[in-house]
Design a protein around this ligand. Structure first.
Ligand SMILES: Cc1cc2nc3c(=O)[nH]c(=O)nc-3n(C[C@H](O)[C@H](O)[C@H](O)COP(=O)(O)OP(=O)(O)OC[C@H]3O[C@@H](n4cnc5c(N)ncnc54)[C@H](O)[C@@H]3O)c2cc1C
Length: 388
């Protein structure tokens, strides 16, 4: 399945598909039940170069850009959304913020180990009182000599329990607030005063660990500022914008897997003396699913192309996340219906897919926030500036 992408991506997709089918998909049920992705699996992804797909080769990346990264996320999410979420938080928002705005010294220091899978990254923005309203963060970073001291809590952080490098946003000038007075710091897990809570018990994505992070006077050298002092909010928002494209790609993989399961099942299952494929209600469902998925595919890969060619993409990225998460939830819900009782069985992958998909409508900015982002961009095009 090439989907008309330039030929250089065909081999990449084949390689990723093979790996996912052979090594990830067979482990997906175990990952869900055990609540863990084996670290060796992440190491293996790193050895194959998959954890550095979008980044330039000089940092140990694969140099395949956003399109290559979207292919990876689509394939991973077909096989195991838990693995895709770990990888998405690592590459798409964790390492991405270092790549977008980090100094050359910081990039040289961390990116090779992050791209090779020796180290895992996390992106820490959300706090108990700052979810959709990310600018309401309260975490402080106070300058003393050549170092900042970080105090506060982050919560719902993907990879929290396993991350070695954590990019975290804290107020360096509380009087200015997050917009203008917050800075991103790269923190290492061994540093004194840093600790993580127990993994959250979630509806789905059981293998993707999410936790609270505690910063108790953690000393961070000035050199570990990612981007510019006071401009961390911009760095994180830029990162989230790009992250929404690959999240759309991930949801595409989940929706496609559901469609393929439906078509297979419609051929296998017979009722009233004929395959359910012959029933119009089933045909209409798979037709709608296929049409929605093709539209999503076109949007995701066009947006990835906008990113790779340096064109504006914020509105389309919001659409990737919005349309993708809702398409995947709808398709998987319909797939459960077509499978009847089997769709609800914990022994069958759809039940897990249903639980895993729901979260995409919430994390990396809820779908309500995506609608606000899209509307703001649209209004800006006609000269109307909406308030944040
Ligand atoms: C599995 C998982 C992994 C996550 N990983 C990370 C991570 O790696 N890093 C990180 O920093 N965060 C992470 N998060 C946090 C996530 O980004 C937030 O949960 C999300 O931004 C929503 O914030 P909230 O949960 O506080 O909901 P709230 O902001 O409290 O929203 C509650 C409801 O109000 C709606 N709402 C809020 N404001 C508006 C508005 N202005 N207009 C319309 N509706 C509005 C929301 O859409 C939602 O329906 C993760 C969350 C989950 C569940």
């Amino acid at each position: 399945m090439n989907y008309d992408l330039p030929p250089e991506y065909t081999a990449l997709r084949r390689m990723m598909r093979e790996f996912c089918e052979e090594e990830i998909k067979p482990a997906a049920k175990r990952i869900d039940h055990s609540g863990q992705v084996p670290r060796e699996m992440l190491q293996r992804l790193g050895e194959l170069g998959f954890l550095g797909v979008p980044f330039p080769r000089q940092y140990g990346g694969m140099g395949a850009g956003e399109i290559g990264y979207c292919i990876l996320m689509e394939e991973l999410n077909r096989a195991s959304p838990s693995v895709a979420t770990i990888v998405g938080a690592h590459i798409g928002i964790g390492v991405m913020s270092l790549y977008l705005d980090g100094s050359k010294t910081l990039q040289d220091k961390y990116m090779p180990d992050l791209c090779s899978g020796k180290k895992i990254c996390a992106f820490a923005l959300t706090e108990p009182n700052a979810g959709s309203d990310a600018a309401a963060i309260q975490m402080r970073a106070t300058l003393e000599g050549d170092s900042y001291f970080l105090d506060g809590q982050k919560m719902w952080i993907t990879n929290g329990p396993i991350a070695d490098v954590i990019n975290v946003l804290a107020l360096t000038d509380p009087a200015l607030g997050a917009r203008g007075g917050a800075t991103v710091f790269a923190v290492e897990r061994e540093w004194e005063g840093y600790s993580t809570g127990k993994p959250e018990r979630k509806m789905g994505l059981h293998g993707s660990p999410t936790s609270l992070l505690n910063f108790d006077n953690v000393r961070v050298p000035k050199e570990n500022i990612v981007g510019q002092l006071g401009l961390g909010f911009v760095t994180f928002m830029k990162t989230l914008d790009i992250g929404r494209v690959s999240l759309g790609a991930a949801t595409l993989g989940g929706a496609q897997a559901a469609l393929e399961a439906c078509v297979r099942w419609a051929r296998t299952r017979s009722q009233f003396g004929r395959q359910i494929a012959h029933m119009q209600s089933v045909q209409f469902i798979v037709a709608d699913m296929a049409a929605e998925i093709e539209a999503l595919r076109a949007l995701v890969y066009r947006t990835a192309w906008l990113v790779d060619t340096g064109r504006p993409f914020i509105k389309e990225a919001g659409m990737c996340k919005l349309l993708g998460s809702e398409t995947a939830s709808r398709c998987i819900d319909r797939a459960v219906q077509i499978h009847g009782a089997l769709g609800l069985s914990r022994d069958f992958p759809l039940e897990r897919a249903f639980r895993d998909a729901r979260i995409s409508e919430i994390f990396e900015g809820t779908n309500e926030i995506q609608r606000i982002v899209i509307a703001s961009e649209l209004m800006q095009e006609v000269g109307v500036r909406l308030r944040p």
